[in-house]
Design a protein around this ligand. Structure first.
Ligand code: C5P
Length: 226
């Protein structure tokens, strides 16, 4: 039997891509499969946590016993996080691949092909940084983020740890095609203010169990700064 040492805790996890509407029929998104976030939700739930999984559009099945909240855009994802964290959560894990930009104004009618021009300009504006917003508002006792990098993985991830005010950042190298986006396997480096830990490459489900243990042990041994 799995230890139920997360009983009484509320963990909120984001997963998957966000989908930013261009018009009623088109969107901007990315290749995130949601597998890592769903595996983390399953692992935390199995250990007794009450889990809210706030997910962009993915093909993954809803994990049994998890409160799944489905959203599309980054704005919707942030709103869903806030409304599910009115009481401070114990742990927040941002595993979603949030689109950096959205349309400045999404049109409510389908954009027409302009026959007189071979070019079109879309004006994009920055999406809110969900995890940084929630950290600022102290919406969880402990904040965990992911950092998908293609170079200087640990160095860049450490920068994000500090900049976003996170407790833990989980870095992965998305330039490798055998791990990460859309793969069942992942290899990550877990970084805190004082330590780095690189568990070996493993199935996302197995890795999720190890990451949940790491996060729990961190919370049990480190006073919350929120
Ligand atoms: O800055 P970057 O997108 O690399 O940071 C990745 C981390 O920040 C992930 O944990 C991701 O879920 C989170 N994030 C977010 N809102 C954004 C962008 C990223 O919560 N708009």
């Amino acid at each position: 039997a799995i230890k139920q040492d997360l009983t009484g805790q509320h963990w909120v996890i984001t997963a998957g891509p966000t989908m930013e509407a261009i018009d009623p029929v088109r969107y901007i998104s990315n290749h995130s499969s949601g597998k890592m976030g769903y595996a983390l939700a399953t692992a935390a739930q199995a250990r007794g946590a009450s889990v809210t999984l706030i997910s962009g559009p993915v093909q993954c099945a809803a994990p049994h016993g998890v409160n799944l909240v489905s959203v599309k855009s980054a704005d919707e994802m942030l709103a869903a996080c806030e409304s599910n964290m009115t009481q401070q959560a114990d742990v927040f894990i941002g595993a979603a691949a949030v689109a950096d930009f959205k349309m400045k104004t999404a049109t409510d009618q389908k954009m027409k092909k302009q026959s007189d021009s071979d070019e079109i300009q879309l004006t994009l504006v920055k999406n809110p940084d969900i995890i940084a917003t929630l950290t600022q508002k102290k919406r969880a006792k402990y904040m965990v983020g992911f950092a998908a990098e293609t170079q200087k993985v640990v160095e860049y991830a450490k920068g994000k740890l500090v900049k976003k005010g996170l407790d833990i950042i989980i870095a992965n190298d998305v330039s490798r095609t055998d791990i990460g986006f859309n793969q069942d396997q992942n290899q990550v480096t877990v970084i805190t203010k004082d330590n780095t830990w690189s568990p070996s490459k493993a199935a996302k489900k197995e890795l999720a169990t190890q990451l949940v243990s790491f996060i729990y042990e961190y919370t049990a041994s480190t006073p919350s700064t929120n």
